[in-house]
Design a protein around this ligand. Structure first.
Ligand code: ADP
Length: 449
C-alpha cells in the first residue's frame, strides 16, 4: 500500500467527515476510519482521518485514544499529523484540546505547533485570538449554554492556556495577511520566546491558503477543518474531480434524524412540506417499552419503493426539555439514539442504500449499528457535509432484526425488490446538527442521482 501523506485524528465523528470533505475538495483521496483501524485500508489514499469519540471523555482517555491513532498513522507513513477539533473549539475546563495537543507534541518530539478553529465557509473566524461565530463572539453564540462543552470565553489564547502546560501565543491577522515568510518569521520569534502553541488568526479562505505553505514540514498541525484547504498543495496535490469520485448510487433512499438543532428543525419541515412521507418518533413511547423501531420499519417498508422517507425525533427545544425533564438528559438521548440506530439498520436490511443521518451523536450510533469501519469520502453536498461510501459488512456481520411483520424471508424479498445488493455498498451522508441548507435532504438525493 502507498504511504499516506497526511494522518488526521478527529475528536468526533461528523467533525472527521467535515475535515475529510475539505481535504477531498483540495484534491486528496481520503478514507475516514471509525476508530483506529484493525483491518487494512480498502483503497490507496493520500490522507486518512481516524474518527475518535474523544471530545468530552476524561482527558486521560482522550490522550490514550489519540496516541493509539497516532501510532497507526505513523506506521502507515504519515508525513504530517493533523489533530482536528470543532470549529467552535468545543472543550471542557480540563480539555481535551490542550492535553491531546501536548501528548501528540511529546510523542512526535516537537516543541511547536499551531491552533486555529477558523472555518470561514461556516462563518467561524478568528481575529486577535477571539473566535467569532457569524457576527458574534463564541461566548455569545449560544455555545455558552452547550450542555457538555459550554464556551464562556471567546479568547482562544486564554482558553487554550487554561488547558495546557506549554505557553500559548498568537499569530495575528496582520502577520497572516503578509503570507508564508512573515508567518514563519513570527513562528520562529514565538519559539524563541518559549511559546509552544500559537493560536492563528484567519478571517477568510485566502488567509487559510496563505497559512498553508507556512505549515509545510510542521510535524503536528491542530485546527478545525478550515486549515485543511491549504495543506494538500504542500504535498504537490491540486484539486481534481477524481478525488471525490464514488461508485454509482443504487437502492432505496431514507433520512434518519436525531438532531434537534435549529437547522435540522428547518430541514425536517422543508422535507415534509415537499410532500415526502415522514414519521416522528416519541421518546416517551420508547421509555414506556413500545418497540418504536419495529413500528417505524413496518410503516416505512411499503413506502420506500416510491421515494425517500424520513424518520425523525427532531423537536424544538421546549419539547426536548420536557422529555429530558421526564427521562433525564442522558437517558432520553441514549433511548433515541438506540432506536434510530435500529431504524437505520432495519432500513438498510430492507434495501436502503442511500442514507442521510442528521446529528453528530446520532450518526455515531447509526454507523456503529451498521458495523461500518471505513468510509470513502465523496463530493460535498453543503459545507462540512460530503456524501460518503461504505462497503457494507458481510451479511453475517449485520444481524437481522426481529422483523415487525412477517419474517426474515420478507426482508430478503424487500432487498431484492429494491434492486440493491450488498456489493453496491452504502452511500451515507452524516450531517452535523447546524450544517446544511433548509432543502438539504432533497438536495442530497438529487445530487446523488
Ligand atoms: P446535533 O448534531 O444536532 O447536536 P446529535 O445527534 O449530536 O445532534 O445530538 C442530539 C441528541 O439529542 C442525541 O443524543 C439524541 O438522541 C437526542 N434527542 C434527539 N431527539 C430528542 C428528543 N425528541 N428528545 C430528547 N432528546 C432527543
Amino acid at each position: 500500500m502507498k504511504k499516506i501523506s497526511l494522518g488526521c485524528i478527529a475528536d468526533d465523528f461528523t467533525g472527521a467527515t467535515d475535515l475529510a470533505n475539505n481535504l477531498v475538495r483540495a484534491g486528496m483521496r481520503v478514507v475516514q476510519t471509525i476508530g483506529v483501524p484493525d483491518a487494512p485500508l480498502g483503497a490507496d489514499v493520500d490522507a486518512v482521518v481516524v474518527a475518535l469519540k474523544s471530545r468530552t471523555v476524561p482527558p486521560e482517555q482522550a490522550v490514550t485514544q489519540s496516541l493509539a491513532a497516532l501510532g497507526w498513522l505513523q506506521a502507515h507513513g504519515a508525513q504530517q499529523i493533523y489533530f482536528k477539533y470543532c470549529s467552535t473549539f468545543d472543550s471542557t475546563a480540563r480539555g481535551n484540546i490542550g492535553p491531546v495537543t501536548e501528548a501528540l507534541m511529546d510523542a512526535l518530539g516537537t516543541g511547536f505547533t499551531v491552533a486555529t478553529p477558523a472555518f470561514p465557509d461556516n462563518q467561524r473566524t478568528v481575529f486577535k485570538g477571539y473566535l467569532f461565530v457569524g457576527d458574534v463572539l463564541l461566548s455569545e453564540s449560544g455555545m455558552q449554554n452547550h450542555p457538555l462543552t459550554p464556551m464562556v470565553d471567546a479568547n482562544l489564547v486564554r482558553v487554550l492556556q487554561s488547558q495546557t502546560q506549554r505557553r500559548v501565543g498568537l499569530i495575528e491577522h496582520r502577520v497572516v495577511a503578509r503570507g508564508e515568510a512573515a508567518v514563519r518569521e513570527r513562528m520562529a520569534q514565538l519559539q524563541a520566546e518559549g511559546v509552544g502553541v500559537a493560536i492563528v488568526d484567519a478571517v477568510s479562505n485566502e488567509d487559510l491558503l496563505r497559512l498553508g505553505p507556512a505549515l509545510r514540514g510542521m510535524p503536528l498541525v491542530t485546527a478545525g477543518s478550515g486549515v485543511a484547504i491549504g495543506l494538500p498543495a504542500n504535498f504537490g496535490i491540486t484539486p481534481s474531480d477524481q478525488a471525490s469520485r464514488l461508485p454509482p448510487a443504487a437502492g432505496l433512499q431514507a433520512v434518519v434524524s436525531g438532531s434537534c438543532s435549529l437547522a435540522t428543525n428547518r430541514q425536517v419541515q422543508d422535507f415534509i412540506q415537499r410532500g415526502h412521507p415522514a414519521m416522528a418518533i416519541d421518546p416517551l413511547r420508547m421509555a414506556s417499552g413500545v418497540d418504536v423501531a419495529a413500528e417505524v420499519l413496518a410503516w416505512a417498508g411499503p413506502l420506500l419503493a416510491d421515494g425517500p422517507v424520513l424518520v425523525y425525533s427532531t423537536a424544538d427545544s421546549g419539547d426536548v426539555k420536557a422529555v429530558q425533564g421526564r427521562l433525564g438528559v442522558d437517558e432520553a438521548g441514549a433511548l433515541v439514539e438506540r432506536t434510530l440506530a435500529a431504524v437505520a439498520r432495519g432500513l438498510v436490511q430492507r434495501g436502503v442504500r442511500q442514507l442521510v443521518v442528521a446529528g453528530g451523536e446520532t450518526s455515531g450510533a447509526c454507523v456503529q449499528a451498521l458495523d461500518i469501519t471505513q468510509l470513502q469520502i465523496g463530493p460535498q453536498i453543503d459545507p462540512g457535509v460530503p456524501w460518503c461510501h461504505s462497503i457494507l459488512p458481510p451479511r453475517p456481520a449485520l444481524p437481522v432484526l426481529a422483523a415487525p411483520q412477517g419474517g426474515v424471508a420478507d426482508l430478503g424479498a424487500a432487498r431484492r425488490s429494491s434492486g440493491a445488493t450488498d456489493d453496491d455498498g452504502l452511500h451515507l451522508a452524516l450531517k452535523s446538527g447546524n450544517f446544511g441548507s433548509d432543502d438539504f435532504f432533497t438536495k442530497a438525493f438529487t445530487m446523488l442521482a
